[in-house]
Every structure is written in C-alpha cells, then in structure tokens.
Design a protein around this ligand. Structure first.
Ligand code: NAX
Length: 326
C-alpha cells in the first residue's frame, strides 16, 4: 500500500467525531485502496474518552486504517496533515450571546489556524464544521497567511443534503434526479437553497412546485432542520453532519465529475459576494481544485436572499475583527 494520507479531526471525542472517525477509517473518504493515518485532537479533559474511541477503532480492524495519533497539542497533531476536519468547537451555553460564542470559538480557531500554518503538509485542505463554521474558517484562514486562502472551506453540505432530500421527497423523485441544487450564503437560518437554478429530470425545480411552498415551507424547513432534530432526538445532528463532512472533503479531494455541490469557500467576488468572505456557492471540483459555478442567472428573490445571508457573514466578520481575531 501507498504512504498513508494523514487526516486530522478535531473534537474527535464528540458526537460528530463518533460517527466520523469510523467512516473515514473504513474507506468512506478516500476509498478502499488508500491507507489513512488519523490524527485526533481533543482538549485535555476529553483525552481519556478519546482513548476509548481509539480502542474501538482498533477493534474494527479496518484494513485502510494504518495508524492513529491522538493529543491535545495542535502543532503535534497537525504535523504533516493532508486534510484537516475542524469539528471541535465550544457549544453555546446558557447566558452566552453570539458575541461571547464568537470570542470563545475565535480563540480555538486562531490557535488551530496558526498551528496548521506551521506544520501541515503543503497540500493541506481544511474544512470547518464547528459553528459558526463560516466565520471560524475565516478566523483560521486569517491566522495562517502561508496557506493559500482557497484551502479553507466551511461546511454547508449538510444544508445541501437536507435541501436535496426534502425536494426529492416532495416531488417523489430520486435524489439522483436532482441536479444543480446549491446553498448560498451562511450556515445559519439565512442560508438560501436556490430552486430556480435546480433541475429535476431536466425541468426547472421552481416550476414544479408552488412559489408559496418555496418561501413558506421549503426554505424555513431546511433552515430549521437542525432544531427539529434536537427536538426529536434530544441531541443535535451528528451522523448526518459527519456524513456531510465526509461528502465535502471526499468531493474536494477526489472531484465531483461535473456534479454541482455546495461548498463554503472564500469569495472571489463572484455574484457580488464581498471578496474574502467564506460563503456557500454552487461549486464543482476537478484535480483537487474547486471552482465556483459561473454564469448562473439569479432572479430578484434569489439576489435578495443571498444578500441577506451574506450580510450576516459580513456582520460576523466585523465582530471577530473588532475582537482582534482576524
Ligand atoms: P460535541 O460537543 O459532542 O463535541 C465537540 C467536541 O469538541 C468535544 O469533545 C470537545 O471536547 C471538543 N473540543 C472543544 N474545544 C476543542 C478544541 N479547542 N480542540 C479540540 N477539540 C475541542 O459537539 P458535536 O455535536 O460533535 O458538534 C461539533 C460542532 O459541529 C459544534 O460546533 C456544532 O455546532 C457543529 N455542527 C455543525 C454543523 C454544520 O452543518 N456545519 C451541523 C452539526 C453541528 O451542529
């Protein structure tokens, strides 16, 4: 077998980690012929629990899992990593407002960004899942000036998968009948799934549904799906978030074969999204490089929704700038 690809996961003892690690180790990320070395970062009090997870990884005897390294020091854990999934973040606690959350998480992502800049492999790709994902990715990027900006992405693939599945169910078609669907903007309740550039068996999706269904049911249901899962399960989405994290990183590393997916990437100014903000766009990937799909026509409704979501990103960016995190 070839040299193992080093994949870092932070927050590895958390609930997303518990779904994510086993799938990566079993080959769901890079296939059955690519050996993986997992490099797992946790805070010191969670290392004991992480040791238990590693025992379980051992007990799976995955043929593709070449090695596991764990630790609480980002510089040691990120040494030579080719892919980094930054999942660990501080959850919002009672009495914390958004600014407190941005500040608490900001400290995590300044440190991890700087550590990646020092020790990661030259080809490293970094995907932030921990919330607020887009702004955490912006903080990490700003603290790693030697890593090219386009190597920092944030996760909106879970919103994408939710939007895809919900549309397919509503129209009673297979998810594979849907093409071109994408989420725009921030990973929060302002995210916008554009059905006007989505095709279902060749037809424009927005023409197949009521306009009122799009605004009053579809968009709000996709946007509040995370809350609905917490209400039903008593815990936030974990397996679906792990699955989306793998979908994004796999597509980024192996390509999408022309298929459009949603990726939060640093804006190059496309579609009027302020340059540098990490915003969700329709993207394709070839040869390990993503491209924002160009030339889409956006109607007034889409433009307004995208602008509103991008305004949230700009406001978060301004807050972390004020806090001196970027
Ligand atoms: P958990 O609280 O179960 O796990 C988080 C883990 O991160 C904990 O084990 C904690 O010890 C660890 N951690 C905290 N600070 C760390 C640091 N500085 N370095 C390394 N590890 C650290 O949360 P979980 O349910 O796994 O969710 C993780 C993150 O994903 C949260 O921020 C959550 O909000 C976010 N999500 C993002 C989604 C997305 O689509 N972008 C959807 C799912 C999820 O809500």
């Amino acid at each position: 077998m070839s040299t193992p690809v080093k994949v870092a996961v932070t927050g590895a003892a958390g609930q997303i980690g518990y779904s994510l690690l086993f799938r990566i180790a079993s080959g769901a990320l890079l296939g059955p012929d690519t050996p993986i070395e997992l490099r797992l970062l946790e805070i010191t009090p969670a290392l004991k629990a992480l040791e238990g997870v590693v025992m379980e990884l051992d007990d799976c005897a995955f043929p593709t899992l070449a090695n596991v390294v764990i630790g609480d020091d980002p510089e040691q854990v990120f040494d030579g990593v080719n892919a980094a999934m930054l999942v660990g973040a501080m959850p919002r606690k009672e009495g914390m407002d958004r600014a407190d959350l941005l500040a608490a998480n900001g400290r995590i992502f300044t440190g991890q960004g700087a550590a990646l800049g020092k020790v990661a492999a030259d080809d490293v790709k970094i995907l932030v899942t921990g919330n607020p994902a887009n702004t955490n990715a912006l903080i990490a990027k700003s603290n790693a000036p030697d890593i090219p900006a386009e190597r920092f992405n944030a996760l909106t693939r879970l919103d994408h998968n939710r939007a895809l599945s919900m549309l397919a169910k509503h129209l009673e078609v297979a998810v594979t009948d849907v093409e071109g669907l994408a989420i725009w903007g921030n990973h929060d309740d302002s995210m916008y799934p554009d059905l006007y550039n989505t095709r279902v068996n060749g037809k424009v999706a927005a023409d197949l549904v009521d306009e009122a269904w799009i605004t009053d049911t579809y968009i709000p249901t996709v946007a509040t799906r995370g809350g609905a899962i917490i209400k039903a399960r008593g815990l936030s989405s974990a397996a679906s978030a792990a699955n989306a994290t793998i979908d994004h990183m796999r597509d980024w590393m192996l390509g999408t074969d022309g298929k459009v997916v949603s990726m939060s990437v640093p804006s190059d100014g496309s579609y009027g999204v302020e340059e540098g903000l990490i915003s969700s766009f329709p993207c394709t990937v070839a040869d390990g490089q993503y491209s924002i799909v160009q030339g889409l026509e956006l109607n007034e409704f889409s433009k307004e929704r995208i602008a509103a979501s991008v305004a949230r990103l700009a406001s978060e960016r301004d807050q972390v700038r004020e806090l001196g995190l970027i």
